[in-house]
Design a binder for this molecule. Structure first.
Ligand code: AMP
Ligand code: TRP
Length: 316
């Protein structure tokens, strides 16, 4: 029986945090045996926020080490970077010609940028179309992501339908896969954990860094459940156990934070060690990326051939 297909990616825009891990990355690992998986690094997407070549290079290698350290197995999963497979940007252009501006103007990311009165570049505006190309080239059944990406997957579905209606059946319609209780992991200030809010707990933080983050979690002083501490804690310990502990230690915020610190450290320490091991052999990491790109190219170039045929630019 052939396996169903999974595709997802993350941007190399900074250090991943526990929101990225529980919201998305953990799913890639948990599902790698069950699905034929494609997991990539969205480096062209990151260009809209990162314009420094040295940092870009470091972050790309960084995401690769993160993927390996959390347990993605390159023997099972095709791991690659977007910029190595030119079909992504090529298909993006074709999708541009069937996507309207008013439609893209309804996207959250655009509306947020507009609300902040930012000078929005065309790449940011077009971000969901490139993401649609990333997804549809590989005919995935599921796209595991956090809640903030749901709309982008819906846009990919709409674009696939529009293309299929215009040119004939070409793309499989994908489903997003969002795990309910980790769809939006909160940060130390209670808002969504996000690199841009500077409220994260980095996934590979050292003990002192975790301590600083945990101690800075905002608590209210009403003596009830310190919800920001609890919401993060429940990622690391069974909720039944936690309810008891938080009842016993009602109002003792410092002790609760110390326990959370120990629980996070217990979880992160082995990941940190694994990452250090992979870090020793950068050439192996580059080799995995190269092999991944070859496999991804093989799939995506076949799909592009079909697309060229459908739109009428393929003559032989
Ligand atoms: P990004 O860092 O924006 O490339 O996000 C990578 C993945 O992590 C995407 O699937 C996001 O939806 C997911 N993600 C980011 N922040 C959170 C969060 N606070 N809670 C849950 N998932 C998240
Ligand atoms: N936009 C996603 C994010 O910020 C990253 C991404 C790019 C992606 N292309 C994708 C995720 C395709 C899933 C599928 O997290």
């Amino acid at each position: 029986m052939t396996k169903k297909i999974l595709l997802s990616g993350i941007q190399p825009s900074g250090k991943p945090h526990i929101g990225n891990y529980f919201g998305a990355m953990k799913q890639f690992v948990d599902l790698q045996d069950q699905y034929e998986s494609y997991v990539f690094i969205a480096d062209y997407h990151a260009l809209h926020s990162l314009r420094n070549a040295k940092e870009m290079r470091e972050n790309i290698i960084g995401v690769m080490l993160d993927y390996l350290a959390i347990g993605l197995d390159p023997e099972k999963v095709t791991i690659f970077k977007q910029s190595d497979v030119s079909e992504h940007t090529e298909l993006c252009w074709i999708f541009d010609t069937i996507t309207t501006m008013p439609y893209l103007m309804r996207a959250h990311a655009f509306k947020d940028a507009e609300a902040k009165n930012k000078e929005i570049d065309v790449g940011t505006f077009n971000y969901p179309v490139l993401m649609a190309a990333d997804i549809l080239l590989y005919s995935p059944d599921i796209v595991p992501v956090g809640q903030d990406q749901q709309q982008h997957v819906e846009i990919a579905r709409d674009i696939a339908l529009k293309f299929n209606n215009t040119y004939g059946d070409t793309f499989k319609i994908p489903e997003h896969k969002i795990i309910k209780n980790v769809a939006v992991v909160p940060g130390v200030d209670g808002r969504k954990m996000s690199k841009s809010y500077k409220n994260t707990i980095p996934l590979f933080a050292d003990y002192e860094e975790i301590k600083k983050c945990v101690m800075s979690i905002v608590t209210d002083s009403s003596g009830e459940l310190p919800i920001n501490v609890y919401s993060i804690h429940k990622l690391f310990r069974d909720e039944k156990e936690l309810e008891k502990i938080y009842e016993e230690k009602k109002g003792k915020y410092k002790e609760l934070k110390e326990l959370l610190l120990e629980d996070i450290e217990k979880f992160i320490a082995p990941l940190r060690e694994r990452r250090k091991e992979f870090e020793k052999d950068k050439s192996k990491v580059l080799e995995i990326l190269k092999k991944g790109a070859e496999k991804a190219k093989n799939i995506s170039s076949k799909k592009m051939d079909l697309v060229r045929e459908r739109i009428g630019v393929k003559l032989d």
